[in-house]
Ligand binder design. Structure first.
Ligand code: 8YV
Length: 306
């Protein structure tokens, strides 16, 4: 029996899941925990350890997304619970959102929208933005999504630097050994790193100081990667020029300080929210569930981290 933690988009994905698998929502599943052998869950809500522990027969978790930071990986490993994700099919969507956020911030799109809507235009022009051609984009996290962001940014004339656990063969010159070193040499820093204990608070006061007063921070990864207190301080003191954020530590209720700042662009965890990506993500969830329930090899299994 499958527990579907929350409906998946678009609705036809949820409809197909309910039609093909014996499915319960979380409240129903908690009334019959021993019957639940699989869970389907969104990447941003995952399956915390205290919930996972309530299902003794659980053998598989199908993640609708690529983030596994909200899943108790240690418990999954110890219990031999398989995990699947939806790699590759959301790469373009997330990378496009990163570019959109960069342009929204550098060309003051969100501010411009407010400037028109509020009637402020009649009282004066909005200030100038700046072109990104020839400016340096630092990519923090150089996996599928980070590399696609780099490809798109190069295509519109940006120079690319990156940091990750190690340099990529053939791109050694663009590698920087740490987030601070990357920020030091970048005009715009985009976060594309996986969330989890290894990246919690990685972008802190030191990194933001290195990015500097003309710097822009963009985040399409996880809010947990940024020390939000340090970010708010840097934005308030001019330590950095602005930010464009799709993810936050307290979703769906970000820190009020972030909501007040005109030089911060905000979107509600939209990066993978295209019909193309979400249909493909949903298809992969369904294919993995079908494989599980029919004792076939899983389509996109995650090697549970040790
Ligand atoms: C999720 C995400 O799919 O990939 C992830 O882990 O954060 C998103 O792309 C999102 O949580 C769906 O609601």
């Amino acid at each position: 029996m499958l527990m579907l933690r929350s409906p998946l988009q678009p609705p036809q994905i949820t409809d197909e899941i309910r039609a093909r698998f014996d499915t319960r929502d979380e409240a129903e599943a908690l009334a019959m925990p021993e019957k639940i052998t699989a869970v389907a869950t969104k990447g941003d809500i995952g399956l915390p350890g205290e919930v996972m522990a309530q299902f003794p027969s659980l053998r598989m978790i199908a993640v609708y997304g690529v983030g596994v930071d909200k899943i108790d990986l240690a418990q999954a490993r110890d219990r031999g619970i398989a995990i699947t994700t939806t790699p590759g099919v959301l790469t373009d969507a997330v990378a496009e959102q990163a570019i959109a956020l960069i342009l929204a911030a550098t060309r003051r799109i969100a501010e411009g929208d407010r400037h028109v809507r509020t009637g402020a235009w009649a009282k004066g022009k909005l200030g100038l933005g700046y072109s990104i051609r020839g400016r340096t984009l630092g990519v923090l996290g150089y996996g599928r999504i980070g590399r696609r962001i780099a490809e798109l940014a190069r295509a519109i004339g940006m120079d690319i630097l990156y940091t990750d656990l190690q340099a990529v063969e053939g791109e050694e010159d663009a590698f920087r050994s740490s987030p601070a070193a990357l920020a030091q040499d970048s005009d715009i820093l985009v976060i594309a790193a996986a969330g989890g204990s290894g990246t919690d608070g990685l972008v802190d006061q030191k990194v933001l100081a290195a990015l500097g007063p003309n710097g822009l921070l963009v985040n399409v990864a996880r809010g947990s990667v940024v020390n939000e207190e340090d970010l708010i301080a840097a934005l308030n003191t001019g330590g950095i020029a602005g930010a464009a954020l799709d993810v936050f530590q307290n979703e769906p209720n970000p820190r009020p300080d972030l909501l007040k700042m005109p030089n911060v662009v905000l979107t509600p965890h939209l990066a993978s929210a295209t019909i193309d990506a979400r249909l493909a993500m949903g298809r992969l969830v369904i294919d993995n569930l079908a494989a599980f329930f029919h004792d076939r090899p899983l389509v996109t299994p995650l090697e549970v981290l040790s």
